[in-house]
Design a protein around this ligand. Structure first.
Ligand code: PLP
Length: 671
């Protein structure tokens, strides 16, 4: 691409630390969270919260904070209308929708579709591209019926289509997509049934494009086409040599799971030509992975694919479509870098690069430019859903003034006391090492029987007191040495949250994906605590201890002191892609309640309520019949009654609670 068309990022990008070209990047090292505040002497403002939780970075234009210190949602972006998320949650709870609660904003979905289409339209105009853009939504990203229905509806003006990656997804796409002229991309492994169904759909006026992903599929497609007498639109998925970056980098390259190598593509062309079906080959597809954080990787892939595209045209294929797959990223941490939780480009840059590169490659060889297709899932579906959950309780390390020294105190305790007394801003690092060493020595003396249990307790209290004092000093410093990074983690409170990471944020557990998480309220107050989140499951992996940060990753989250009896709501944002379907039933925590909210001139309306699983439902997944279970408890009650181990009142109460519980939500109802 000539200098003419190199898109540039707005100035904000240039202020950030520049990364090496495509290295997988660790952003600048995180130090102890220096209070991310311009002026710590002033009282806390909502601007401080904005800065701290980076809501502008990842939330624009949908999420912000209002004067009451609550998160607000503007589901139509800058086009007006916003809702106070805290008030909304309270209103939904009043309708008996318990937490955790997934709120989907259909207007956000619409806004995302329009934005994607507008960016391509702008790029097409800018480069005078003589073709069009026809996006599709990859169903695998979120298969929920209400969402797919909305997608089809909102996509209608843009002839937005669907992509299926499996037989069941094909069933969804065939039945739901009714927009004339929109595309139905058929990906994934295929058998005869899949291919037949897809081909027959042309008779219903649909435009299925069957993408050959395995060389064996070529003959199968030829045979089915001949037997049905249908001339299908075919595509090939190429294994590009360009590697994606980051977690899904392995989706491309010669050893990728899907797609045809270049020699296989040539074989497919020959096979189709001998079957007199080369005119059916109209599409080239590639997918280099999801959440491509670097624009360079995208550009390189487009360059390679464009070259393959023109070559296929010149080999005699009737080329009309170029499908660039998914990969369009989401800036989860708002840093605008090529860190895995971010992306160093905007939607407009993405569209510009695709349009410009394809046009240049086609112009060079006088090939007609293709209709461009992207299969952007994450970028369309992420923003629309927010998971809301509440804090149930917290657990803190013991802090406060240390226990006074006793007469004839054990030397190790005296050393700890002296360390505590002598901590200053000059020696705090050394003091931390000393305190840690003395605490370890105290532990080993205890194990050898030289220290009593109460002495050990005093030693530990002193150690925590040292850590607290050192942390107080460290947080005031501009620079804190790396070896002290653990201090925040050691001192972090545990916030017990009413949700299951395995059910609602599986990627946080499985692949350490970062999601923005923040309180929905109290944002006009300073969050003076530092915590990690522990979920309801009895699994030590059921926690969240990595949080977004401008630099690298934070290991503790700033939170407000939990007041028992008062709700404290947290939101996990940008969770609309992949999480719901990949969530699992660990500990039998089921699907959460979900609601679809649409903005109206007067406020909002609840379009759909999808009740979360009841205990009866999750028990049914593992083949327990609720009635059988009740029956077995009833029998045991009878037996206990006979043996006079239980009173009739107790047995009635037990049976009643047991039966009622079965019909209830699997999560805790806190207040
Ligand atoms: C998963 C997948 C997508 C969606 O990718 P996103 O990064 O979510 O946009 C698109 N195409 C194919 C073939 C996929 O496997």
């Amino acid at each position: 691409m000539g200098g003419k068309s190199t898109p540039t990022l707005p100035a904000a990008e240039n202020k950030l630390p520049k990364e090496g070209k495509d290295a997988v990047v660790k952003k600048d090292r995180a130090n102890l969270a220096p209070s991310n505040r311009p002026d710590a002497s002033k009282s806390w403002t909502i601007e401080d919260s904005e800065l701290l939780y980076r809501i502008e970075g990842w939330g624009e234009p949908y999420f912000s904070i209002n004067a009451a210190g609550h998160v607000t949602v503007s589901p139509k972006g800058d086009r007006g209308g916003s809702l106070d998320l805290f008030d909304l949650v309270n209103a939904l709870r009043a309708r008996n929708l318990g937490l955790p609660l997934l709120i989907r904003f259909s207007d956000i979905l619409q806004h995302r579709i329009e934005r994607l289409n507008a960016c391509f339209a702008k790029a097409i105009a800018r480069y005078n591209y003589q073709g069009s853009y026809r996006g599709v939504f990859p169903v695998k990203c979120n298969q929920q019926r209400h969402l797919v229905e909305d997608l089809v509806k909102f996509g209608r003006p843009h002839q937005f289509g669907l992509e299926a990656g499996s037989k069941p997804e094909l069933m969804i796409a065939l039945a739901m997509l009714d927009t004339p002229g929109s595309l139905l991309i058929c990906n994934g492994y295929k058998d005869q049934e899949y291919i037949e169904t897809a081909m027959l759909a042309t008779r219903l006026g649909q435009t299925p494009l069957i993408v050959l992903e395995q060389i064996e599929e070529v003959q199968l497609v030829i045979d089915v086409a001949k037997s049905l007498g249908i001339s299908p639109i075919l595509g090939v998925r190429a294994k590009l040599s360009t590697q994606g970056v980051g977690r899904w980098g392995v989706s491309s390259g010669d050893r990728a799971k899907f797609g045809l190598t270049i020699p296989e593509i040539i074989t497919a062309v020959d096979q189709l030509r001998s079957a007199e079906m080369l005119d059916c080959l109209q599409l080239l597809h590639f997918h280099i992975g999801s959440q491509i954080s670097s624009i360079n990787a995208i550009k390189e892939a487009i360059q390679e694919a464009s070259k393959i595209y023109v070559e296929l045209a010149q080999l005699g294929a009737n080329m009309k479509y170029l499908d660039v797959g998914g990969g369009l990223g989401v800036d989860y941490d708002g840093s605008q870098t090529n860190f895995h939780a971010s992306k160093n480009y905007h939607l407009q840059n993405y569209a510009n690069d695709i349009v410009a590169e394809v046009k240049e490659a086609c112009d060079e060889r006088q090939v007609t430019v293709p209709t461009l297709i992207s299969e952007s899932g994450r970028a369309i579906a992420s923003h629309q859903s927010v998971l809301i959950f509440d804090v149930l309780s917290t657990s803190d390390v013991p802090t406060g003034s240390p226990p006074p020294l006793q007469d004839e105190e054990h030397p190790i305790i005296r050393y700890l006391w002296e360390t505590y007394e002598s901590i200053t801003s000059e020696n705090y690092q050394e003091a931390f090492h000393d305190a840690t060493q003395f605490k370890e020595e105290a532990l080993s003396r205890f194990n050898f029987g030289y220290l009593s249990l109460t002495q050990r307790a005093r030693a530990e209290r002193l150690y925590w007191a040292c850590c607290e004092k050192i942390l107080g000093i460290a947080r005031q410093q501009e620079y804190v040495p790396d070896d002290m990074e653990d201090l925040e983690k050691i001192m972090a409170s545990i916030y017990y949250i009413n949700m299951s990471v395995f059910q609602s944020a599986p990627d946080s557990w499985a692949i350490d994906q970062l999601f923005p998480i923040m309180p929905l309220h109290r944002l006009d107050q300073e969050p003076t605590c530092r915590g990690i989140l522990a979920d309801l499951t009895c699994d030590s992996d059921g926690k969240i201890d990595q949080f977004i940060d401008l630099r690298d990753v934070k290991h503790v989250l700033e939170l407000h002191p939990f007041k028992s009896g008062e709700p404290y709501y947290l939101g996990l944002f940008l969770s609309g892609a992949y999480q719901e379907i990949m969530g699992n039933l660990h500990n039998l925590f089921g699907d959460t309640n979900a609601v679809h909210i649409q903005l109206t001139p007067k406020g909002y309306q609840i379009e759909h309520v999808v009740k979360g699983d009841t205990m009866t439902e999750v028990l049914g997944y593992v083949q327990y019949d609720a009635e059988d279970l009740v029956e077995s408890i009833r029998k045991r009650c009878e037996q206990a009654l006979q043996e006079k181990k239980i009173t009739i009142q107790e047995s009635q109460r037990l049976l009643q609670t047991y039966e009622q519980s079965l019909g209830r939500y699997t999560y805790l109802s806190s207040f």
